[in-house]
Design a protein. Structure first.
Ligand code: SF4
Length: 326
């Protein structure tokens, strides 16, 4: 189970027992191993920077228990119709000027209708023409829809597994785990890179977290991006009031993701606003090497760009150029 050379530690045949054993290691041992793996595959002082824009907000028919965009929960969120492509491209241009190299477009849909997809395809073409990496998260896709997005120039598709298969039914009842895996397979088959992760602190057990990472780490190939979110508790959603996850456990999961998926970008995503600079520094030390950057992360706050610049300066971190992941 020891990591060997740079190529020798990429594997998709992890057993659940191996992942469990890694997770149970003393913290210092886990961090040392994660750092060793990280340094074999990445510049440890470079962090990839993405910006996320909500292109259609709220009124989603799904019932994800963490999400203020579900039509089922009264969270006071203002709904917004699908944006015009020109407006999205203008926001992407501003994100590029602020240092982002990847631009993610998120829409609160169960799955896109074909006429919506035409609009999104126009956005993708416009954003790609700016030299940015493009990413979209639009819900479930058919293989034909995935191919349409690929043809428009989409580089990444985000579709999270969220948690373990065993716990999934506690969080979402309007679709099943296999639906998620089917969309991921359609995205991969279309030749689009996969961005897939989950949310910690939803009341799941440590075993659920281990099983969730085991599922990700046995996808072949691994997702190129792995967002690890810390639950943002939004009043009005069923998960408001869930006991917060221990911060050391959060860092452990980041380290575990790094060890299991050595070449993936592990991204600190939602919940970063609630993390101290010291916790973020520990996450970078554990192998996190991507963040979302910008004022808002879909509908919850994100640290503003100035405090991110200051933290990067204190840690000697620099943004990773887009070409590094191409
Ligand atoms: S997470 Fe996505 S699919 Fe679930 S309710 Fe929110 S917008 Fe809809």
């Amino acid at each position: 189970m020891d990591g060997d050379g740079a190529a020798g530690d990429i594997r998709c045949d992890w057993t659940l027992a191996q992942v469990r054993a890694l997770h149970a290691q003393p913290f210092s041992d886990l961090m040392h191993r994660a750092q060793s793996v990280h340094r074999r595959h990445f510049d440890p002082n470079a962090v990839q920077v993405s910006t996320l824009l909500s292109i259609k907000t709220g009124a989603c028919p799904e019932d994800c228990a963490y999400c203020p965009q579900s039509i089922r929960y009264d969270t006071g969120l203002e709904r917004e119709a699908l944006m015009e492509p020109a407006a999205v491209v203008a926001r992407a241009r501003a994100a590029r000027a602020a240092g982002a190299t990847r631009f993610c477009m998120g829409a609160a849909w169960r799955s896109p209708k074909d006429r919506d997809l035409d609009m999104v395809a126009e956005m993708v073409e416009g954003v790609a023409a700016l030299g940015l990496e493009t990413c979209a998260t639009l819900g479930m896709l058919t293989p034909a829809q995935a191919r349409r997005l690929k043809d428009a120039g989409l580089h990444y598709y985000n579709h999270n597994l969220d948690t373990s298969e065993a716990y999934y039914g506690e969080i979402i009842t309007t679709r099943c785990y296999q639906d998620r895996l089917d969309t991921l397979a359609a995205v991969r088959a279309a030749g689009i890179r996969v961005c897939c992760g989950g949310i910690l602190g939803m009341g799941e057990t440590a075993e659920d977290r281990v099983a969730f990472l085991h599922t990700l780490a046995t996808l072949d190939p691994h997702p190129e991006s792995v967002p690890i979110n810390n639950l943002v508790q939004v009043p009005g959603t069923p998960l408001a009031g869930t006991p917060a996850l221990d911060t050391i456990e959060f860092v452990r999961i980041v380290a575990l993701a790094r060890i299991l998926m050595p070449r993936s970008h592990v991204r600190l995503s939602a919940g970063r606003a609630g993390m101290s600079d010291e916790m973020q520094a520990l996450c970078f030390l554990a192998g996190a090497n991507s963040i979302f950057y910008g004022e808002k992360l879909l509908t919850t706050g994100n640290p503003d760009t100035e405090s991110d610049h200051a933290l990067f300066g204190r840690l000697g971190i620099r943004p990773e150029p887009a070409a590094a992941e191409a």
